[in-house]
Design a protein around this ligand. Sequence first.
Ligand code: C5P
Length: 227
Amino acid sequence: MIVTIDGPAGAGKSSVAKRLAKEIGFHFLDTGAMYRCVTFACLRKQLPLTQFEEVANVATSVQIEFRGTLVLMDGEDVSQEIRRPTITKSIRPIADNPSVREAMVALQRRWTQGRDVVTEGRDQGTVAFPNAECKIFLTATPEERARRRVGQLIELGMDADYQEILEQQNQRDSHDTNRPSGALKVATDAITVWTDGLSEDQVLQSLVEIVQRKQEEMSTRTTVDTR
Ligand code: C5P
């Protein structure tokens, strides 16, 4: 069974998707980490990120693996490095490159073969797994997402200006939504979950219920089909 979780930046997808996978005993696939690895590999090679063909070659040759909570790039643990702000700032031309997206989607499909997976990203229910059994679109209003980000930065001891963060986030949203391939949009058969005012535990609970309902529907269908 494939459970896709898509949604805009700051909706709290990563941590809740990870917890959901653990709770229901599924594997977890963090597709943002894959785009981060390609970006990191290109920056290391000092490759201009707008050289689309060379970047695409990196995307098809780099070995990306997930081991528990670790992300390995060509065998090296890069779990920390790929989360650095330089990577986040540089990722846009990589995630916009259609050849990179094609390579990542192929890898995502290979990785999920024969496994029960919760996969998290922007295009999982629309492009990578259009036939996924359970699709969730996790979102929150821009103001709520910006408030949460400010809270996280302050907790890390960093300065955070709400207006500035809201503006940057609006720009990212607009870019993610208008990307020529793999754009962020709600799959027609996705269930949208608004997380405004909900704690992470409450969001997790509602996701677990959605998956369980889908599993029940699937088992009823199988019972009917085999009669
Ligand atoms: O989710 P995360 O912030 O780690 O994603 C990093 C970047 O990769 C984001 O800018 C997002 O637009 C992009 N991405 C994507 N498609 C995915 C997952 C992430 O374009 N499936």
